[in-house]
Write a protein that binds this ligand. Structure first.
Ligand code: ADP
Ligand code: MG
Length: 254
């Protein structure tokens, strides 16, 4: 059984200005330990999908099953890594990482030990007592990822998490994030508008149409999974995937 299964999911926003149809009949599944990217034109409904998965919104119709259960029955199963790292300057790194469990009154010795282990393993233990502003952009992203990992969620949701970074940092952070997610045996969905990033990091790419988003095409990416993203970019079939996905997205302008 797939870890996540969306079946005919539609979503309409209701506001004072009227209705906005964001998603139309979306179906796809995500296997355990799979890394899936969602790409699509801006404003098409990508963040809406993540909001449904994070339990921040309820779909208008269709079903979302996680581990075979309706997603609203598994509120702690997903964890969202936001676009900006949202680390609080008045808390040190360790206390930022433990913010979620603290708010949920769930800061168990196991969670604290896991946080320490992650900080140690991913090179941040010496910065545990530092303020966010004392860290580089790449380190802050790692801290932000560790924050989403400490509660051991089944599914990580990454909403354009690298868009605030400069190009060089971005490439390195992609490698870090990819390695950490693989080593911690997590399942992840990444929303991005960077096709290269999607191809280099993912097992599968879901291409959405413009709004209301429906699934236009799903690509299985058969690059060498043992390589880090930066090395995958050098593989022969990389530009072929790029062309195919670019073509899919380009069709929208017609
Ligand atoms: P993306 O992440 O792909 O850029 P979003 O999922 O954020 O797109 O938005 C999809 C559409 O839904 C957009 O037209 C956006 O304006 C609209 N939308 C998003 N959130 C709301 C909301 N809370 N109320 C009304 N419309 C919304
Ligand atoms: Mg968005």
């Amino acid at each position: 059984m797939a870890l996540l299964e969306l079946k005919n999911v539609s979503h309409i926003y209701h506001s004072e200005q009227g209705e906005t149809e964001a998603l139309r009949d979306i179906s796809f599944s995500v296997e355990r330990e799979e890394f899936v990217a969602i790409v699509g034109p801006s404003g098409c409904g990508k963040s809406t999908i993540l909001s449904l998965l994070a339990g921040l919104l309820k779909q208008s119709s269709g079903s979302i099953l996680l581990d075979g259960k309706p997603i609203e029955e598994t509120p702690t199963a997903t964890s969202l890594m936001p676009q900006r790292d949202q680390l609080f300057e008045w808390r040190n790194i360790k206390n930022n990482v433990l913010l979620g469990p603290e708010i949920m009154r769930n800061k168990t010795p196991e969670i604290i030990a896991y946080a320490d282990r992650l900080l140690e393993k991913y090179g941040l233990i010496d910065f545990a007592k530092k303020k966010p502003s004392e860290l580089s952009g790449g380190m802050r992203q790692r801290a932000s990822l560790i924050r989403t990992l400490v509660t051991s969620p089944e599914l990580l949701l990454l909403d354009e998490p690298f868009s605030a970074l400069d190009f060089q940092t971005r490439i390195n952070v992609c490698d870090d994030v990819s390695r950490i997610i693989k080593e911690e045996k997590r399942t992840a969905i990444l929303v991005t508008h960077d096709i290269n990033e999607a191809i280099s990091m993912s097992d599968k790419i879901i291409v959405l149409s413009k709004r209301p988003a429906h699934v236009k095409r799903i690509f299985n990416i058969e690059l060498d999974k043992s390589l880090p993203p930066i090395k995958r970019r050098e593989q022969k079939s990389f530009p072929i995937y790029f062309k195919m996905i670019w073509k899919e997205l380009e069709d929208y302008d017609e």
